[in-house]
Design a protein around this ligand. Structure first.
Ligand code: SF4
Length: 246
């Protein structure tokens, strides 16, 4: 998977391509999303809200044990039982309701068919997902990208943190403006968006933490003006010292 330079493209696109190549070389392909089916991706995208993937995967494991990973079976599980199954993921009442609502909606609007949902224009499918209770932009985009294979970048907090610390984004950039920036400077390639987002998450988890950035160990450290010997203590809104975007 390569990102080719487009003729006459603005400079941030080049920087984003270099970040991608560096992260891919350092970490290797991430093989996202960690799920066996497209339905499992959807449940996982809902369950991982405001918690770690580890907790979400415990909830998925319980659903699998109960044979409730298909939408029909999941819809038949009484809400109280569903809440207990997904308890490890936290916010279990809201999430159980969100899962249940999704199964009702997919049957009523799409006859239970993901092909029907994802076969629509991406903007239409996105608007439908966003209209569902318990599904915000990040969850909708994770579903569209990783289950529907639509080219939409998941501009989550990890992505925004890294790009803002390299002065590609403002530290206060919201989800929408970060996503606009990425769509503006990267070609709409689902496979690249899939891999790039996973690589940024890995970089953030290993090195680019909320309050400390281990730039001296991080593969993206070479893009900073002065590599440091020590980890940087940061406040959420203070960036590192990036090199001029080049
Ligand atoms: S740890 Fe430092 S070099 Fe790595 S992504 Fe964060 S700010 Fe950049």
């Amino acid at each position: 998977m390569h990102l080719e330079r487009q003729q006459g493209e603005a400079v941030p696109g080049e920087t984003l391509r270099r970040f991608y190549a560096t992260l891919l070389e350092s970490f290797g392909p991430q093989g996202w999303w960690p799920a066996r089916t497209r339905w499992e991706v959807i449940w996982g995208a809902i369950l991982t809200q405001n918690t770690t993937w580890r907790n979400a995967s415990l909830a998925i494991k319980n659903l699998r044990k109960a044979g409730a990973l298909g939408w029909r079976r999941l819809r038949q599980v009484p809400i109280a039982e569903l809440e207990q199954m997904i308890r490890p993921a936290g916010f279990f009442r809201q999430k159980a309701q969100a899962l249940h609502n999704f199964t009702l909606w997919i049957e009523q609007v799409h006859g239970g068919s993901l092909r029907s949902l994802f076969g629509q224009e991406m903007a239409k499918a996105r608007a439908q997902l966003l209209a569902l209770k318990g599904i915000g932009p990040e969850t909708a985009d994770a579903i569209l990208l990783y289950s529907g294979r639509h080219p939409v970048f998941v501009a989550d907090a990890y992505t925004r943190r890294i790009l803002s610390r390299h002065n590609l984004l403002s530290p206060t950039a919201d989800y929408h403006s970060a996503q606009q920036f990425l769509h503006q400077h990267l070609p709409p390639d689902e496979a690249v968006y899939n891999e790039y987002h996973a690589l940024l998450v890995e970089a953030a988890k290993r090195y680019c933490h909320r309050n400390v950035a281990h730039c001296e160990k991080c593969p993206l450290g070479k893009f900073l003006e002065k590599p440091t010997a020590d980890s940087r203590q940061l406040t959420v809104t203070t960036s590192c010292q990036p090199s001029a975007v080049s």
